[in-house]
Design a protein around this ligand. Structure first.
Ligand SMILES: *[C@@H]1O[C@H](CO)[C@@H](O)[C@H](O)[C@H]1NC(C)=O
Ligand SMILES: *[C@@H]1O[C@H](CO)[C@@H](O)[C@H](O)[C@H]1NC(C)=O
Length: 215
């Protein structure tokens, strides 16, 4: 009996060790390299989506990226940039969104990974939410939110009472949207303050901000 158990145990260990994510994880990140699942999912190397991210996480491992996608409702796949350890949690990919050749970036279809990666994966949450384990319970919590309203102020310091309102954006925004706000007047200052006015305090994602002025 004892031998049978140890044989089974050995087989299990071999199955777990027969593959690893060496090529997508940091050399010292043992947890990322050996997730406790039997087979890895699909990974498309050198290709990523642009403007498909619902959420972008920085300084996370590829494994954390997969887990976050699995927890987030409507996440279909991830794009991961290894040099920056940057994880894009991609929502529904429509026909206009294409995989773009990008060195050092790879994408993965989340349905190809075992749900065992995440304890709460069986819970389905509404759009904008992610599943979470709180003690014994599995719940849903807010994961991301569309930018609904943004105020743009120009002035000499961050105190909005001393700055002038340049303009505002009324959303909700969509993924990849380019927001252009011309100032209604010609406010002076060397500081531009962007304020997200949302009903719930969530992270405010802007990929890039460009400011144009006249001297
Ligand atoms: C990402 O997900 C979309 C929608 O399910 C799919 O069409 C696309 O092929 C997926 N891409 C990868 C790299 O898995
Ligand atoms: C994603 O993976 C699942 C499971 O392996 C597969 O059924 C599905 O066709 C894949 N989707 C795409 C778009 O490759």
């Amino acid at each position: 009996m004892k031998e049978v158990t140890s044989l089974l145990f050995l087989q299990n260990v071999m199955l777990i060790c027969s593959w690893s994510l060496d090529d997508v994880c940091d050399a010292d990140d043992i947890k990322c390299k050996n997730p406790q699942i039997l087979t890895p999912g699909e990974i498309t190397y050198g290709q990523c989506y642009r403007h498909a991210a619902l959420r972008r996480l920085l300084k996370v491992s590829f494994l954390t990226c997969l887990k976050e996608c699995m927890k987030t409702s409507t996440c279909s796949n991830v794009s991961y940039r290894r040099d920056w350890k940057m994880c894009d949690i991609n929502g529904n990919i429509n026909s206009e969104m294409e995989l773009v050749q990008e060195h050092g970036c790879f994408s993965s279809n989340i349905s190809s990974w075992s749900k065992k990666l995440v304890a709460c994966a069986t819970q389905s949450c509404a759009e904008g939410y992610r599943c979470a384990v709180k003690g014994e319970e599995i719940t849903c919590e807010i994961a991301w939110n569309r930018l609904r309203k943004m105020l743009i102020h120009v002035g000499e310091n961050l105190d909005t009472s001393n700055t002038e309102l340049c303009g505002q954006f009324i959303g909700p925004a969509v993924s990849g949207q380019v927001i252009i706000t011309p100032c209604n007047t010609l406010p002076k200052g060397h500081l531009v303050k962007l304020t997200s006015v949302n009903t719930v305090p969530t992270v405010f994602h802007l990929t890039e901000v460009e400011v144009y002025g006249v001297e």
